[in-house]
Ligand binder design. Structure first.
Ligand code: CTP
Ligand code: MG
Length: 174
């Protein structure tokens, strides 16, 4: 039986990393405005250094906070894991997956900010999971927890984009 609370605590740094760039992003794009083989932009203006660093910083901070909550026994020991390493691995993976998703979108001719149901929702999750593999607690790498993570990510992504759009942070609700 997978513990949904454990799954939430595990993936939280990735979600934080994924949502901070929309608030703190802007400025110099990661691809320095360069084009790919003379075609379109490598990544586009939606991927900036500030967003990338903000995601890794706030995601890692989330892991530190979780570790602190374990240390002070607010989070029960049975739900604790290597939150410090996980926070860094998950948020770095999240940001790399986000870049990879945009790279593929641009190669497919999808313009910056236009949706791709698969790439927007799941590329960050896949990369976050891959980078966090060495620190993943036993039992979490199971089909049922992966299904829960995919469903949860999908749901939260859709909901948070609607909220960001309503708050005027994003032009489009996806
Ligand atoms: N953002 C950023 N840096 C990043 C990721 C995101 O500055 N590394 C900011 C950008 O302002 C971006 C917003 O967060 O517009 C929303 O992120 P996302 O939906 O991932 O980017 P899109 O603009 O939709 O671009 P793409 O089509 O490439 O996904
Ligand atoms: Mg987008």
């Amino acid at each position: 039986m997978v513990n949904i609370l454990q799954i939430l605590l595990f993936i939280l740094p990735a979600y934080v990393a994924n949502s901070t760039p929309v608030i703190f992003g802007g400025g110099l794009p990661v691809d320095f405005k360069m084009k790919f083989r003379g075609g379109g932009r490598i990544l586009g203006d939606g991927k900036t250094w500030r967003g990338l660093l903000a995601g890794i910083c706030f995601g890692s901070l989330t892991g530190l906070l979780e570790a602190q909550l374990c240390y002070s026994a607010v989070i029960p020991p049975s739900l604790c894991m290597n939150f410090i390493a996980l926070g860094f691995a998950l948020s770095t993976g999240t940001m790399l997956g986000d870049l990879a998703g945009s790279f593929i979108k641009r190669r497919m001719g999808i313009k910056r900010g236009h949706p791709s149901i698969i790439l927007d929702q799941l590329s960050f999750l896949l990369f976050a999971m891959l980078l966090s593999l060495p620190y993943m607690p036993d039992g979490l790498l199971a089909v049922d927890s992966i299904v829960i993570l995919v469903a949860l990510t999908y749901l939260l992504h859709v909901l948070s984009n609607i909220v960001a759009n309503r708050l005027g942070l994003k032009r489009v609700p996806w």
